[in-house]
Design a protein around this ligand. Structure first.
Ligand SMILES: C[S@@+](CC[C@H](N)C(=O)[O-])C[C@H]1O[C@@H](n2cnc3c(N)ncnc32)[C@H](O)[C@@H]1O
Length: 448
């Protein structure tokens, strides 16, 4: 007898076939919203993650695909007790597009959901006594960066986000969260990429709004032919791109195709030209809210500040502009080089250090030489670096995080070592999704 995985292979592609849901349709009751914005229900002891379902509602659903320990489902209709927070989605793609999961929830409902997520994470870590500030949100159409999937189909170039369940790309006609200039780019990409991608070809398009137009990075496409290069040069002109970069599938190195203007962004008064596709805060409003919280937390008298997981310097820039000497530490070479160039141009005091802070955290003995430390790790958090911070006695730590759970886990390491969590500020840059960021201040009196 063949092993189960061999039996369930999809003949056409040679990949294991996706597991089949136990039933196609069901009626379920939503108990709460999960972290990704899906309503959580139960069916025969298994969790069902229901797109479009809200707490308290009984909904008829179609089961779509395996999701973790349960099943992803789509709401077909609300059968009983519709939520008072239910609103009509604002976008025609809301049902299928994986970009948004909460268009059916009012703005107030989203704010409450995200605030509650932060509150629960804090409570689980025993940090519920710290004041939780009212959530700050970003307006519609403010997302300045999008990563679009591109497919060359029999009907031409399709460009948009993957559907929530499956790998079909939704050909985007509108998007309520993306900046209008990102949407204006799409028709030009449909035209401009047709001669670049072979039939059935694909790539990803990471587009960022900069001060001087769109910075476009095309990745995971085929190797470029001369004709494709010429077509891309034309695309850079017709779309009036600031910069265009290509990276073929499997390649580590990028090929700069056009740099028509510097693709600069303003990081708190410092003009930085990030490397193509570099991390930036998702909206200018979110970035401004986080910078304001950092600058409010750190007194202007703090002269030596460390910025850990610094990226291109979202926090280094404004702190250095205010006069501090900032030591920016980050694992990637390219963003640090961009920050270094900007700091030299802007004549501010910035030193940079390339370092993996997870495997080689900055030691406590060094941390204590700073007046304040800013830390902004990725979703997994910064457990080892936080252990060093906890031992350092540095008087002030400002913690920024895109994951309330790992934030709370790491903040707890500091409070156990005598730091006080002064406040936590939720910041929502991802309208219509379950994501939420936090910024928090931790202080401690000098060690004796
Ligand atoms: C959430 S981003 C924040 C970047 C920057 N603070 C900002 O706001 O633009 C996290 C940063 O941590 C960096 N990073 C990820 N893992 C790292 C590690 N192990 N050591 C140092 N930096 C790391 C990433 O490259 C990224 O720039």
């Amino acid at each position: 007898m063949k092993p189960a995985h061999a039996r369930s292979r999809d003949k056409n592609r040679g990949r294991p076939a996706a597991p089949r849901p136990p039933v196609e349709k069901a009626e379920v009751s939503i108990s709460r919203l999960g972290a990704q914005g899906e309503g959580i229900a139960e069916l025969n002891g298994q969790p069902i993650y229901v797109r479009g379902g809200l707490p308290g509602e009984t909904v008829r659903v179609t089961l779509l695909a395996r999701r973790g320990d349960g099943w992803l489902a789509r709401t077909d209709s609300v059968i009983a007790s519709p939520s008072p927070d239910r609103v009509s989605p604002v976008c025609r793609h809301a049902d299928r597009c994986g970009g948004c999961s909460l268009q059916h929830l009012s703005a107030e409902g989203q704010a409450a959901l995200k605030t509650e997520r932060v509150r629960r994470a804090m409570a689980r870590a025993g940090l519920e006594a710290a004041p939780l500030r009212p959530i700050l949100t970003s307006p519609p159409g403010s997302r300045r960066r999008a990563s679009f999937a591109v497919r060359h189909t029999a009907h031409g170039i399709v460009i948009g986000f993957n559907e929530a369940a499956g790998s079909t790309v939704i050909d985007l006609a509108e998007c309520p969260v993306s900046h209008p200039s990102l949407l204006a780019l799409l028709p030009l990409l449909r035209q401009g990429l047709a001669p670049v991608l072979p039939p059935a070809g694909r790539c990803d398009a990471v587009a960022t709004v900069t001060q001087n137009g769109i910075d476009l990075l095309l990745t995971d496409g085929p190797p470029l032919t001369l004709a494709a290069r010429e077509a891309l040069a034309e695309l850079a002109e017709t779309a009036n791109l600031a910069r265009l970069t290509w990276r073929s599938a499997g390649e580590r190195f990028e090929e700069p195709l056009a740099r028509r203007r510097p693709a600069t962004v303003d990081l708190g008064g410092l003009e930085v030209e990030p490397p193509p596709g570099a991390f930036l805060q998702a909206t200018p409003e979110g970035q401004a809210a986080l910078i304001a919280a950092v600058l409010d937390s750190i007194p202007a008298t703090a002269t030596r500040v460390a910025d850990l997981y610094a990226g291109c310097g979202t926090f280094t820039g404004p702190l250095a502009r205010r006069g501090a000497a900032v030591h920016a530490v980050e694992a990637l070479t390219a963003p640090l080089a961009a920050l270094d160039r900007a700091a030299r141009r802007g004549q501010v005091r910035v030193t940079t250090e390339e370092r993996d802070l997870d495997s080689e955290p900055l030691p406590a003995a060094l941390l204590k030489t700073f007046d304040a430390v800013v830390i902004d790790p990725p979703r997994a958090g910064a457990r080892r670096q936080s252990e060093e911070l906890a031992m350092s006695g540095v008087p002030l730590v400002v913690s920024i995080s895109c994951d309330p759970e790992t934030f709370a886990r790491d903040a707890r390491l500091l409070t156990e070592a005598g730091y006080r969590l002064d406040w936590v500020q939720p910041v929502d840059q991802f309208t219509f999704s379950g994501h939420v960021e936090v910024v928090a201040r931790l202080t401690r009196p000098p060690l004796a």
